[in-house]
Design a protein around this ligand. Structure first.
Ligand SMILES: [Cu+2]
Length: 467
């Protein structure tokens, strides 16, 4: 064997050995559901690496436990953020379920909204019957990485930090001492914190041309109707379990927006209103169509024309997000508290990156938001905004007695989906109504009913027929 071939052989052998030793073990460890015993980690190094799945992540802990008492005495506003780590079964497209891991029974987890300079008091509780420990790495924090670790079942842990930087920030489970972090995140343990700028948002300037074609500038007040859109992927096997092998190869099984594939597309009611038949689909893909799906039935997002709309967008996934709205231009893109672009067609977000998009929908119509990666579009990365009254429904809804007067968006009749509506901030315009929509456990749904959000699946059958 000549030297070159011998060298190639050696490299190949090492690669094969590596795959055997690490790859397969990793998959088993991950899928088995996180029971790696850290007390066993003093064994020899190879065995240790073997147990961890071929990779020992040597990095500081994600955050330190800080003195919540001292921060509470500073006079700053303290915001409590309480989460529980819960494994539950949740639906996926096609009538199946998957073994989800959640913060507080929903995917994504609850959104935290604070103002720059506030103290966040984050408390993570893990129920005693939970199958694994969980942690929470909040990207909005900047802390010495010391004491905080994953929380064991039956225990609670707390840390505090000052939200110093404005913007959108992901939070996610950090696994059990970082092990299984990928499984926990892709199974649903992610969410966002919105940190509003201390001086509020800037007003929006949109360049247009006037009637005679001359350049004109229109200004919109900083107050806006707001939505949150969190993109991610699922990597599931046929049994609805996380498939680490698929993740390592970037072979996702679904693209999700706020946890759901095709969650913001027309449904049965829209079919009836526009086509006179519940079964005549308007859109190419309407998997979450019927009222029997309750809070999982797809819903649309409604905005007014000539209204300042603000979108908080996070890419939680492994794949890039090429965010685009079909038929619209992103009037302003902000990251952190800095404007990155204006009047742009598409903006790219890498993994764990975010932006705030400000825009105005000028004309009545239906506008699809997409990840303009075609593989993402056709696996669920698409949803619809409906601006104004493009279908002329106002007179029909008034005739039916559902509305008393013409309204500037269908949100006044149907509400906007709860999982796309962030908590209110100082520059938020209130949504006319909010309907219960999202990847929620039944407990979360009943809390939302108590909070006055609309269960459309109960309300719609009681409405008079629309002529
Ligand atoms: Cu976890």
């Amino acid at each position: 064997m000549n030297k070159r071939i011998s060298m190639l052989f050696t490299i190949t052998a090492v690669a094969v050995m590596g795959a055997t030793l690490f790859g397969s073990t990793y998959t088993q460890t991950q899928i088995a559901g996180q029971s790696l015993d850290m007390t066993q980690m003093d064994v020899d190094v190879i065995e240790q690496i073997h147990q961890m799945g071929g990779l020992q992540l040597v990095m500081p802990q994600a955050f330190a436990e800080t003195d919540c008492g001292a921060l509470a005495d500073t006079g700053r506003n303290v915001v409590e953020f309480n989460l529980t780590g819960e494994s539950v079964e949740l639906p996926i497209m096609g009538g199946k379920t998957y073994n989800a891991m959640t913060f507080s029974g929903q995917v994504p987890g609850p959104t935290l909204r604070v103002t720059q300079g506030d103290v966040v008091q984050m408390t993570l509780s893990i129920p005693a019957d939970e199958v694994t420990g969980h942690g929470n790495d909040m990207h909005a924090s900047q802390m010495t990485a010391l004491a905080f670790d994953s929380v064991n079942p039956g225990e609670t842990s707390q840390y505090c930090y000052i939200a110093e930087s404005a913007g959108v920030f992901k939070y996610h489970c950090s696994g059990v001492h970082l092990i299984g972090m990928d499984q926990h995140v892709f199974s649903g343990m992610y969410g966002i914190a919105i940190v509003d700028p201390a001086n509020g948002y800037k007003k929006l300037m949109v360049e247009k041309t006037s009637g005679s074609g001359e350049l004109d500038r229109q200004f919109y007040d900083a107050d806006a109707l707001e939505f949150q859109l969190q993109f991610n992927q699922l990597y599931l096997n046929e049994d609805g379990n996380y498939d680490a092998g698929a993740m390592f190869q970037h072979h996702n099984s679904a693209t999700v927006v706020n946890g759901i594939q095709f969650g913001y597309v027309p449904n049965m009611l829209h079919n009836i209103l526009l086509k006179g038949d519940a079964n005549k689909n308007i859109f190419v893909a309407q998997p979450w169509n019927g009222l029997e799906l309750e809070h999982m039935q797809s819903q649309l997002m409604y905005v007014e024309n000539d209204q300042h709309v603000r979108l908080f967008i996070e890419n939680h996934g492994n794949e890039p997000l090429y965010f685009h709205i079909v038929g619209e231009i992103l009037d302003r893109v902000t990251q952190g508290n800095r404007v990155q672009s204006a009047a742009t067609e598409t903006w790219l977000l890498g993994g764990s990156q975010n932006m705030i998009v400000d825009l105005v929908f000028d004309e009545p119509g239906a506008y699809a938001l997409v990840n303009h990666d075609y593989a993402a579009i056709y696996t669920g990365g698409i949803g619809l905004f409906v601006a104004g009254d493009p279908f002329g429904l106002n007179p029909r809804l008034i005739d039916a007695g559902i509305l008393t007067d013409a309204v500037p968006s269908y949100a006044y009749a149907l509400g906007n989906p709860s999982d796309a509506v962030p908590p209110m901030g100082a520059n938020s315009i209130a949504h006319p109504a909010v309907n219960i929509h999202g990847l929620y456990t039944d407990d979360v749904v009943s809390e939302m009913k108590d909070a006055g959000m609309i269960p459309l699946w109960e309300v719609i059958p009681t409405l008079p027929p629309v002529p």
